[in-house]
Ligand binder design. Structure first.
Ligand code: UDP
Length: 473
């Protein structure tokens, strides 16, 4: 019988793309065919169709299995306060189809392992257990965030207070003290989403293994603490495999070339790149402060601008904005030549690895961070949603690859602070020191991914584990 590794990504651009990129590695290095289960939500977390089509049409050993729309995902769920809850509910509604899909695939192939996004674990584990399939969780977050997720159960046991009410440093093994308010926003109150994460935490500690998009030399302390069982003091911790950095050089659109051509005409390490993930958006006030700060800094910049946020939390993806209407009057003319504003999207990984880019103002999404690490670019940490505040603490205090941008009491970052950070990145001794450390991290990342490197070896071990399990069945 044929063999395959089944991957089940969560909806959302970076979740899907990073998992499919892992699939490419599995096929390329372990020579195993990969089947990706695709759940298409009726809400927009970014259009991944062109990417999937590209992979489908190239001969990469990856096939896609599309799950039908679930019947019992109700439109009211669209009003969920946090988009994470929406994702959990949708995935739960998909679980009967996942079961059917795994059964169907098992008829023609031996499924060596199911690798699922951490969002999917609760909705998959029963089906996989019934079929006798080992489940591995894939986390596109740092090992430091994994430590906090595994420790969640212990934290829950220790206090009845929500993270919001606790409002003090958490002492999680393997990472610096973490203000409880820096936990992901949907977990701050003991509401429905908090309990979804608690369930994820408990399911993760029962998985066959945890695959994390990091590498040993980047986060040795967190990985050691987890592997020594310190994050799940009252139970077993599955083996943890650091296989990253997994990043994609996918070319999304022709208009990508606009940014790269512009960068070609800029001096080395002179441009600050500002980009806030697939969902990050700001109010018009905040956009105005950023624009003023950039202008006052006199530095070169490439800025990806999205339509303004309405309400708190990340907005789901929107139409292209009109920068003329959103940014201060005359800003685009006054900064022409020195700065480039692009609408909604830039080819970030390729921008970061362009020699003209000297710094990155980032929302601290982990894929963005890894892309910056791979390019050796120092960062300013401006977290917006998900686990990004944890990532900021790690980036600034543990990895020392970024500085913090300070919000005012009203949550707004003022123009003077934007100016300070932009100057710091490209025109200061502190920026030069950050750049040196970023270059060392870039080299370490390349070593980890090369043959014989730690991430290469982790993936090879996983392959052996999968093969030997299948041969003893
Ligand atoms: N990205 C991009 N261009 C953009 C915005 C995002 O290429 O204008 C890519 C970025 O390179 C990364 C992903 O989208 O690969 C964002 O992933 P991350 O985990 O950083 O953040 P998320 O979008 O999940 O919040």
């Amino acid at each position: 019988m044929k063999r395959t590794v089944a991957l089940y990504p969560a909806p959302g651009m970076s979740h899907l793309i990073t998992m499919v990129e892992l699939g490419k590695l599995i096929h390329l290095r372990l020579h195993l065919p990969v089947t990706v289960l695709i759940a298409s939500p009726p809400f927009n977390l970014g259009d991944t169709t062109p990417y999937v089509k590209d992979v489908e049409s190239s001969d990469l050993g990856i096939s896609f299995h599309y799950l039908p729309q679930p019947f019992d995902f109700s439109p009211q769920d669209h009003n969920a306060q946090h988009h994470e809850l929406l994702v959990f509910k949708f995935l739960n509604a998909c679980s009967p189809h996942v079961k059917d899909a795994l059964e169907l695939i098992s008829k023609s192939s031996t499924i060596l392992a199911t690798v699922v996004d951490f969002f999917c674990i609760a909705s998959v584990s029963v089906a996989a257990a019934n079929l006798g399939l080992p489940v591995y969780v894939y986390l596109i977050s740092p090992a430091g965030a994994l430590a906090s997720l595994l420790y969640f159960q212990e934290q829950h046991r220790q206090t009845d207070l929500s993270f919001r009410r606790l409002n003090e440093d958490l002492h999680i093994p393997g990472i610096p003290p973490l203000p409880s308010l820096d936990m992901p926003p949907p977990t701050l109150d003991r509401e429905e989403t908090y309990y979804c994460f608690l369930e994820v935490s408990s399911q993760m500690s029962r998985a066959h293994g945890i695959i994390v998009d990091t590498f040993d030399a980047l986060e040795p302390r967190a990985l050691r603490a987890i592997r020594n069982g310190l994050c799940v003091p009252n139970g077993p911790t599955p083996p943890v495999h650091g296989i990253g950095p997994v990043i994609s050089a996918w070319k999304r659109a022709e208009r990508d070339d606009q940014c790269l051509n512009w960068l070609d005409s800029q001096p080395d390490c002179s441009v600050v790149f500002l980009c806030f993930g697939s969902l990050g958006r700001f109010s018009v006030d905040q956009l105005g402060q950023i624009a003023d700060g950039l202008e006052r800094s006199g530095q070169r910049f490439l800025w990806v601008v999205r339509g303004p946020a309405s309400g708190s939390g990340p907005a789901l993806v929107s139409e292209d904005p009109d920068p003329d209407a959103l940014l201060p009057q005359g800003f685009l003319e006054r900064t022409r030549g020195k700065g480039l504003v692009v609408k909604s999207w830039a080819p970030q990984a390729r921008v970061l690895s362009h020699g003209a880019v000297g710094g990155f103002v980032t929302h601290c999404g982990w894929t963005s961070v890894l892309e910056s690490v791979c390019a050796g670019v120092p960062m300013v940490a401006w977290p917006l949603y998900a686990e990004q505040r944890i990532n900021r603490v790690l980036l600034v205090k543990e990895l020392r690859l970024a500085v913090v941008i300070q919000e005012g009491p009203d949550g707004l970052v003022g123009a003077a602070e934007v100016e300070r950070c932009v100057r710091l990145l490209v025109d200061s001794e502190e920026g030069a020191a950050l750049r040196e450390r970023a270059a060392a991290a870039r080299d370490a990342a390349a070593t980890a991914m090369k043959e014989g490197g730690s991430s290469w070896a982790s993936l090879a071990r996983l392959g052996e584990e999968w093969e030997s399990r299948a041969s003893t069945k």
